[in-house]
Ligand binder design. Structure first.
Ligand code: SF4
Ligand code: SF4
Length: 622
């Protein structure tokens, strides 16, 4: 990103911005007043950008405990006339789905935008969920940008559309748009739109009345029927080129289409319908602009959403034009598209000879395959090593005792050498799934492992359930006092947020005690012996036993205090690799048959020292 403040640079300025920074700017230009969400790659940088650069803009910009709460805060603000933004990644929308689906029925007075980031690939997400279906389910007008410039412009426009239609609007992106960097021309600012007024109106806001719900449903459908007309003035859909070969596309896939058409020499004969409005699809625009098309190619990420909607549209209009897309195997259903896949598809579908455009760049050096590891000095590594020792001390093999994991960086313990967690399903699922196994009749101990932020997010109800139903289990809460995996955001335990606002920090220990668990202890996993002893004891006790493994995230620790790294004495090192094999610490590599510690990466945790029989690993001398 440019050195200029992306939220304050003057209108007309051109800046190189990441898609998420551009969305943040677009929201600020639109006069957003309430911004909230839950961290999740690839959406997190929107809030981080406003927190970092917009501290004095008078905007409320805070992380919420989970996506559902975030959306409800934004909704509460928007029904009073304030402009509000809630951000989340795709599975976060599942968490927020209950209030999101009801929200259209209530409608809003201030613009309410939900940024949802889908992740074809997937790069960092448990599924390749396509939230265009969700837009349809929840009856949300949905727009989808293709570039950082559009990300900014659409973010701004989304608030206008939302206010005009009185419906929440989904701004739907994919990773390649969120994380792409491109030149963005900045626009004018509006004053933040705050509370205007909120009147009691039960038919609108109370979903207990079935007659009211029916009336509101009719109202929503009526509003949805106006989306194409209302969005028309914003130029979200456009036609590029002319010819009887038509390609319908949108989002990140549009960029691959443009590149492919050009490289295949099809520019003069191809008509590209670039759709920015995704739900409802702009039927009038499409039908007007496909006149004379010989066949229609549909290029889109994830599911064949446009393809299927288009097929229905043509059928209803009595048009018989061949559609080529994911159905019938022209493009893959799974995985992310890229320029090569799209070029090959267009070449095959048009019968044009492949002239061999740009191939993906291959790195000049061989990069060895290795599973993603926990960071050097990560306290979770200690906890998993302590857990393994505790299992062995109690006479169990690691393969005897299921370890239910949860969403967070500790899930990387699934990889060698730790080989710890057995499952990682969804936020908060570790405790409830462990409970399910016990209820089903599993007789040995079970372990649930959950991070601090995930515990706040969705683990508390599961723990209540386990305690209430008196199920025996060990729950390890890995408390590194931060949302580490998504870029180090605050948790409800913080008593001051990123914007410097003083809050009331919530104690996990007090929460756990209040829920009424049978035993709870706090250990520092760096104290491996103590951690191993307590985990071993709690593993076999009756009841719900909680161990809070509390130590700051290693990366955060390095930022805030001086750490003295370790080094390998090459004279003593035999090259046995025990230090690497036992810890999996990525700061240790092999160089010419000897272990070598990358000093800049070493967190000085000392774990590797325990595994070197030759005393070859020592503190670096100052
Ligand atoms: S455990 Fe010790 S001897 Fe073996 S490779 Fe590591 S540093 Fe060298
Ligand atoms: S002390 Fe050893 S295990 Fe710890 S971070 Fe440094 S190299 Fe890794």
């Amino acid at each position: 990103m440019s050195s200029l403040n992306p939220l304050k640079a003057l209108p007309g300025t051109k800046l190189a911005l990441m898609g998420n920074e551009a969305i943040a700017r677009g929201a600020v230009e639109a006069g957003v007043y309430v911004v909230t969400g839950y961290p999740g790659t690839p959406s997190s940088e929107v809030i981080m950008t406003i927190q970092r650069y917009g501290g004095d803009l008078g905007i409320y910009v805070e992380w919420a405990v989970n996506e559902r709460v975030a959306f409800e805060i934004a909704l509460g603000a928007a029904i009073s006339g304030a402009r509000a933004l809630a951000t989340m990644k795709a599975p976060g929308l599942n968490v927020a789905s209950d209030p999101v689906i009801s929200a259209a029925y209530s409608g809003v007075d201030g613009g309410l935008v939900i940024l949802v980031a889908d992740d074809p690939g997937p790069h960092t997400t448990q599924t390749e969920q396509d939230d265009r279906w969700f837009a349809k389910l929840a009856k949300l007008p949905t727009i989808s940008p293709s570039s950082p410039q559009e990300a900014k412009d659409y973010a701004r426009v989304a608030f206008e559309i939302s206010e005009e239609l009185m419906l929440p609007v989904m701004l739907l992106t994919t990773t390649r748009v969120n994380h792409a960097v491109g030149e963005v021309i900045l626009g004018e600012f509006k004053e933040p739109r705050r509370y205007k007024g909120f009147k009691r109106d039960p038919p609108r806001y109370v979903r207990a009345g079935m007659k009211w719900n029916l009336e509101r449903h009719k109202w929503v459908d009526q509003q949805l029927s106006r989306v194409e007309e209302v969005t028309g003035k914003h130029g979200l859909n456009r036609v590029e080129g002319s010819g009887d070969l038509c390609i319908v596309t949108g989002g990140a896939a549009y960029n691959y289409v443009v590149e492919a058409v050009e490289s295949l020499g099809l520019s003069g004969m191809t008509r590209i319908l670039k759709l920015g409005l995704i739900h409802p699809l702009p039927a009038r625009f499409i039908l007007e602009n496909i006149e004379g098309c010989r066949k229609i190619l549909v290029v889109e990420e994830l599911d064949p959403f446009i393809e299927e909607e288009l097929a229905k549209m043509l059928y209803r209009a009595g048009l018989h034009i061949e559609i080529l897309g994911k159905h019938a195997g022209w493009l893959p259903f799974e995985g992310e598209l890229n320029p090569v896949i799209v070029r090959e598809f267009i070449a095959r579908a048009t019968g044009v000879r492949e002239t061999g455009g740009a191939e993906p760049v291959k790195p000049g050096v061989e990069i060895p395959e290795r599973p993603p590891p926990l960071c050097p000095g990560c306290p979770h590594r200690f906890t998993f090593i302590a857990l393994r020792s505790a299992l062995l001390r109690n006479g169990f093999k690691p393969s005897d005792i299921p370890v239910f994991g949860d969403i967070g960086c500790y899930a990387l313990s699934v990889n060698p050498p730790l080989n710890s967690i057995w499952t990682e399903h969804s936020m908060g699922a570790s405790i409830s799934m462990a409970m399910g196994l016990k209820i089903a009749g599993f007789e040995k101990p079970v372990v649930a492992v959950i991070g601090d932020s995930t515990f706040f997010h969705a683990g508390i109800p599961s723990l209540i359930e386990a305690v209430h139903k008196r199920v025996d289990m060990l729950v390890l809460i890995l408390d590194n006092d931060i949302v580490a995996m998504t870029g180090h955001q605050s948790t409800p335990a913080w008593s001051r947020t990123e914007t410097g606002r003083e809050t009331r920090g919530i104690s996990i220990l007090e929460l756990v005690k209040a829920i009424g668990v049978d035993n709870v202890a706090v250990v520092d996993p760096y104290n491996l012996k103590e951690a191993e002893r307590i985990i071993g004891e709690y593993l076999v006790r009756k009841g719900v036993n909680v161990v809070i493994a509390k130590h700051p995230c290693a990366l955060e620790e390095r930022r805030t205090k001086h750490v003295e790294p370790y080094v390998v004495d090459a004279e003593k090192c035999t090259g046995c690799r025990a230090c690497i094999a036992s810890t999996g610490c990525p700061a240790i590599i092999m160089v010419e048959g000897k272990a070598y510690i990358i000093e800049e990466d070493c967190n000085g945790c000392g774990l590797c020292v325990r595994y070197c029989q030759y005393n070859a690993i020592v503190r670096r001398e100052r």
